[in-house]
Design a protein around this ligand. Sequence first.
Ligand code: NAD
Ligand code: ZN
Length: 264
Amino acid sequence: MLAELSPALIAHVQKAAKLLAAQQRICVLTGAGISAESGIPTFRDKQTGLWENYRAEDLATPNAFARDPELVWSWYQWRRQLVADKTPNPAHVALAQWQQSASNHQQLTLITQNVDDLHEQAGSTVTHLHGNLWRNRCSQCQAPYEDQAQGMSDSNIRFDESLLTCPHCDGYIRPDIVWFGESLPAQAWQTAEDAAAHCDVFISIGTSSLVYPAAGLAQLAKQNGAKIIEINPDPTPNTIVDITLAEKAGVVMPLLMKHMAELS
Ligand code: NAD
Ligand code: ZN
């Protein structure tokens, strides 16, 4: 695999490794692209099967749920089924190993926009900005709903499409996910802002950098003097990047770890 990589990419990876090896505080933001090689489609990918005529952006909103809760609920049940048997790829694994080995001389704060649990499965400690696909709550009184999907990717999860109601207030149960137009969880956002504002290097992996406020974290880091590394095979509107690693995360991350290990 290494032989297929361009000398320019390898040179950029070496430059990134050198930069990272010399710095203490690292903040990593991941998006749907890091889970693409695990077989989870990104949000910009066209939906398949029953859902090919819908756009994710039109289903993941409070208005869509208010208008047609059954439609939105069954879409999430379908997404849960799609994600349930997926496992971490080399990018998740490399990040988890780095985070675990970093504790002495480096601090790595991992923030994700993803609602899957592949970072956790790989062994990382991660802050979720956009919620968790495996949790539910009441759409009225916000109480957590424990019955469904407790066992994180457990094969016993039921994927029923019929709506559930809250035992406290009879409101409909919804996934505990941040929809378009909703605020991010305050504590998770605070963790992300602190990590971005105080890091030496900010690494953006597999995100289109289109959805705010998460997309603003790189700018916050840059304003506070951090260097920015981006890992994405395709260009993004992020213009403040110092080092672009234009390859799949599952290829770049293990290579980056290898070069960092050689420097230590
Ligand atoms: P995105 O789908 O907008 O972008 C994915 C990015 O990953 C793209 O830039 C793509 O080039 C890149 N990519 C693809 N394969 C890659 C690989 N192997 N390695 C590295 N990069 C790769 O995803 P996003 O940026 O995470 O979207 C932002 C947020 O928007 C999402 O996290 C989500 O919260 C929100 N959103 C949610 C829904 C929903 O269903 N709830 C729908 C749309 C958007
Ligand atoms: Zn309720």
